[in-house]
Ligand binder design. Sequence first.
Ligand code: AMP
Ligand code: ZN
Length: 462
Amino acid sequence: MRLFDTMERAYKEMSALDGRTFRFYCCGPTVYGPAHIGNFRTFVLQDVFRRTLETGGQRTMHVRNLTDVDDKTIRESRQAGKTLTEFTGFWTRQFHQDCDKLHCLSPHVEPSAVAHIPQQVAMIGDLVENGHAYKSDDGSVYFNIASFADYGKLSRLDDRELEIGRSHAQRASSDEYEKQSVSDFVLWKHRRPEDGENFWTSPWGEGRPGWHLECSAMIREYLGDTFDLHSGGVDLVFPHHENEIAQSICACGGHFASCWFHIAHLMVDGGKMSKSLGNLYTLEDLAHLGWSAMEVRYVLISGHYRKPLNFTFDSLHAAREALAKLSKAAAILAEKVTSPTAIDSVDFGPFQPAWESLNDDLNTAGALGGIFTVLRDASKIEGLEAAKTLAALNRMLGALGLILPEPLQKIDIPAEIRAIAEERQAVRQVKNWAQSDVLRDLLEERGWLVKDGKNGYELSPR
Ligand code: AMP
Ligand code: ZN
């Protein structure tokens, strides 16, 4: 597989540095509320990335953290009148449930920041000792960006921006800040009254780690100083990933990540879907409106990950239709497999172009297009070919993490609905279109859509 590397702005071949296991890290959720489907665009694409590697026979090691201590988790837990652990524990469970619904594989390791405070303190100690960090007069410890020559390389900060940041010795103590404020960033935050009981001891006094440091310390613990790939949404390029690189390389040596995989945003009406803008949808919101998590997953993989994707309800309708079509084609193929067929080598058969798309910078849109091109002629595929095609289709769907809905024919249709549809069929035989329309409306009123085709009609829930 090749993938576009944000650091080099070039495609890179994805092969494991150690020749065995592809080891990668994804910045995980900040567990202070429900994740929205924008967050899940990133997590689902990371899941497709892993599934594609694994489907191609590559062993993986997937590490994704839980940000369970930072400005937001502390503020919100105190507002909710809960301890930090109670509060983040609740939202972590919700996050896991949503991941399951979306059919995302669990990471092999899911470290929590709170459970790795000693590792973070140790890392700050190394940075202070080797001259990359200093304690300021506000009692906090900062990373000195002027001490790291490659600062700004990932986000391509220009010299002017860096010059301003360095010469003015600005300091950022909040976990998140904009590109305009290139500055020394906080590693250890001195305890403040608004932190409540959320503080730990360290050689620099009571306080808590800064957000950027958490990832670096957990990466050092589970992946060492050099590993295959690091990933997150594009909003993390600056300052978060820039800061991770600086801390990790200065504390551990090594090269840190060999490749950077950033996912473009899910948008709503031209703006980024985000908690702060309040334009978000959660899986639960959409479930209330009758949309399944699999339909959401389909929408999220329907565009290329490097382009922003606009979320609309039309795209959910299209996803529902596409999944139903896939399901129907799979059922047609399954019917043709009369006896259990032993398929020795499962390659991608007619889906080879779709598989190649997926391996070419994770082109999920191209892969879906390739699948539909093959399935258009599903009814013409016979015998052993049908069995092979079905097996290859399942392999492709496995790489995309899609689960098909039950073919519509298998949905239980109540007898009275079936009777109305049959009556409609009879009036159509005698070309009584007016009555046919009346009966169509009646079916719709009762919650069923009827679609006429060459081989009769089909009913589906509205
Ligand atoms: P957070 O929980 O805010 O730390 O974010 C978790 C992940 O979601 C990060 O990788 C973010 O970059 C990503 N993310 C946040 N908003 C969006 C969005 N609208 N579209 C895609 N990814 C996003
Ligand atoms: Zn991170």
